[in-house]
Design a protein. Structure first.
Length: 309
């Protein structure tokens, strides 16, 4: 009896039946009775039919296997197509992500550049506003001084102390015709730190800063905060501050208005005035005795004294 429908079992059964058939045929050749012959023939027919059936089952199984293989091949191909589609989508997503990352990076860089530009603009605006405030602060001197521009007060302010704004109060002004030592001392002595601004008939403008009060004691005094300066000169030197090289910074007396340096770098007197720079104060622009004025003696066109508050 056939007890298995598997392909291997069927093949084994088929082989067994063929062997039995062969054995039956050999028995027939040897000889047998009619009964035995009929029985053997009947068994042979059964075996033959069973063999045919098994062969058909093998064919059916082979067909089923082939069908399964084809279906599996189709499914594998279909799955491969799905995988290809998935990989294609993944590649597209990766490219899209890279593109998005690049765009975000560009936007970030653009934002940083704009942020930096905005910061620079804000900084410049703040500086411009500060400069405007300073200009407004010193603009009031435009109607006060007849010698220098209001912007020169900002320069002098920074020479004295660039960490704060200084108010300049006009104490004394005079021209060649109404100038006198007594009127100077009456207006300026004991008033604290001052700047002296001189305009000569040679159209030169220079002066000095006294960090202490003027007096008429006739002695040299002051400190290393004192300095002299040029604003307008014949050499085209930009506004420049000259610091002292020794301790005799400033002096004055009854017949003198203001003296800067015991070498009389600048000396303003009752009857005449002169300059011998550089003596006490150091020449840093290299033009020597003609730095402040082209001649040693000079005539005052106008003089102004401002208190520094």
């Amino acid at each position: 009896m056939i007890t298995s429908n598997t392909r291997e079992d069927l093949e084994r059964d088929n082989a067994r039946l063929q062997k039995e058939n062969w054995e039956f045929r050999n028995q027939l050749k040897v000889g047998c009775s009619n009964i035995d012959h009929n029985s053997l023939y009947f068994q042979l027919e059964i075996t033959k039919n069973e063999n045919q059936r098994l062969q058909q089952e093998i064919i059916n199984i082979n067909q089923n296997v082939q069908k399964l293989l084809e279906e599996n091949y189709i499914n594998v191909g279909h799955n491969n197509n799905k995988m290809d589609l998935l990989f294609g989508k993944i590649e597209s997503l990766v490219k899209a992500n890279e593109t998005l990352h690049q765009q975000l990076k560009q936007q970030h860089n653009s934002f940083e550049i704009k942020h930096l530009e905005m910061g620079n603009k804000v900084s410049k605006t703040c500086k411009d506003m500060e400069s405007c405030q300073q200009d407004l602060q010193f603009l009031k001197y435009r109607s006060i001084s007849k010698i220098i521009e209001y912007s020169s007060f900002k320069i002098i302010n920074d020479w004295i102390d660039d960490s704060k704004a200084i108010d300049f109060e006009l104490l004394y002004k005079a021209s060649e015709d109404d100038f006198s030592a007594s009127s100077f001392h009456s207006a300026c002595d004991g008033k604290g730190a001052t700047i002296t601004v001189i305009e000569t008939t040679d159209d030169c403008v220079f002066g000095g800063y006294n960090s202490q009060s003027w007096n008429c004691d006739g002695n040299w005094y002051g400190d290393d905060k004192c300095f002299i300066f040029t604003l307008v000169n014949k050499h085209g030197i930009k506004p420049t501050k000259y610091s002292p090289g020794n301790t005799n910074y400033v002096g004055s007396g009854k017949n003198y208005v203001a003296m800067f340096g015991d070498g009389f770098d600048i000396g303003v007197g009752q009857k005449y005035s002169y300059q011998s720079f550089p003596q006490t104060y150091i020449d840093t622009t290299g033009k020597g005795k003609t730095t402040l004025n082209p001649t040693r003696s000079f005539t005052i066109k106008s003089i102004e004294i401002y208190k520094c508050i």
